[in-house]
Design a protein around this ligand. Structure first.
Ligand SMILES: [Zn+2]
Length: 334
């Protein structure tokens, strides 16, 4: 039935059809716009650190800060007032060790931050990053055995961390480690601990990307030896990304994520077409910092680059965008 319409279009080309007609004015462009952004679809990543009154700007990510809990509370009050969908917390612990014990400590930095936010900014959605790299002395995402991250030991740490975040009051836990079986391990432990209602947002297709560079300064989580290629994905592999997503969904993920976002728009689109779950995409630190750096050099218009990049990510199929631009974008959207 679509065929007849298509034929009509084919036999009556220009001058009948002029696509510029609908581009002639902002009111027309606004009327036919296919992709619209809303602050409610953004999640702002935040870095919480020990101390009081700490608001330390991250050199490679201008406009982003390491925040002590009291400053985080102020930041989140603003985030909430802008109608932003939520925040995702990353922690910088007082000390690091080989066992990542700061990650699953009920009095750890993220757990304290969650409790403070629950009290001071009720109604703000709090997601937490569940991983070990900010908490291990070597900066890898799990227990290191014979020079490599041991998958199954790491699962126990992740499950404990997720439960401790849920206990502190997290709305969503988001494992980012790329161990096999982590969603299953976390789901099992959450359910056994009475948190069967806590959803899991899985960083399912997380690539070993150079675009994470600035984040490692922010979270002080650069690996001290080697790299993360034995657990994060090879940027060349799109089919494998679909397999990762499928397995995470089978293990019980409620939502999945593609990370980074702009270099992987094809995979966001493929995931959207294949899986009927909310898809998140993480516009990572390098994507943010490239735009800000180019703008500071006068080479690009920051506001327009920000909105175009976010629009492209949503157009590709993301329902949720984790972005360091959440605040300025929300302000612009009014
Ligand atoms: Zn990690």
């Amino acid at each position: 039935m679509g065929g007849r319409k298509r034929d009509t279009i084919l036999v009556m080309p220009f001058p009948v059809h002029r696509l510029r007609r609908l581009r002639g004015s902002e009111i027309l462009r606004n009327l036919v716009r296919e992709t619209r952004l809303h602050p409610g679809q953004f999640i702002l990543p935040l870095f919480v650190c020990p101390g009081e009154g700490v608001r330390r700007e991250i050199g490679a990510m201008p406009g982003n800060y390491q925040l002590s809990v009291d400053e985080l509370v102020k930041e989140c009050a603003e985030v909430k007032s802008l109608g932003i969908g939520g925040v995702i917390l990353f922690g910088l612990p007082e000390s690091k060790d080989e066992m990542a014990s700061g990650a699953y400590d009920d009095n750890g930095i993220v757990q304290r931050a969650i409790r403070a936010l629950r009290k001071e900014t009720p109604g703000l959605l709090i997601a937490t990053d569940v991983c070990n790299c900010e908490y291990t002395s070597h900066g890898h995402c799990g227990f290191v055995k014979d020079g490599d991250v041991d998958n199954d030991t790491t699962l126990q740490w992740l499950a404990r961390t997720a439960v401790s975040h849920a206990r502190a009051g997290a709305d969503i836990v988001a494992p980012s480690d790329m161990m096999d079986g982590r969603v299953w391990a976390i789901r099992k432990e959450l359910d056994a601990s009475g948190y069967e209602k806590t959803p899991i947002l899985a960083y399912s297709a997380k690539f070993a990307s150079v675009f994470y560079g600035p984040f490692r300064e922010a979270a002080e989580s650069a690996p001290q030896f080697g790299d993360r290629r034995s657990y994060q994905m090879d940027p060349a592999n799109g089919r494998e990304a679909m397999r990762e997503i499928e397995l995470d969904l089978q293990e019980g993920a409620d939502m999945i994520m593609v990370k980074p976002a702009m270099p992987y728009l094809d995979l966001i689109r493929q995931a959207r077409d294949r899986f009927d779950v909310p898809i998140a995409a993480y516009q990572v630190s390098g994507e943010y910092s490239m735009i800000v750096a180019a703008a500071r050099n006068g080479w690009i218009d920051q506001e327009r680059a920000m909105m175009e990049s976010l629009t492209s990510i949503v157009r590709a199929g993301a329902a949720i965008v984790l972005t360091y631009f959440a605040k300025p974008a929300a302000r612009l959207l009014g």
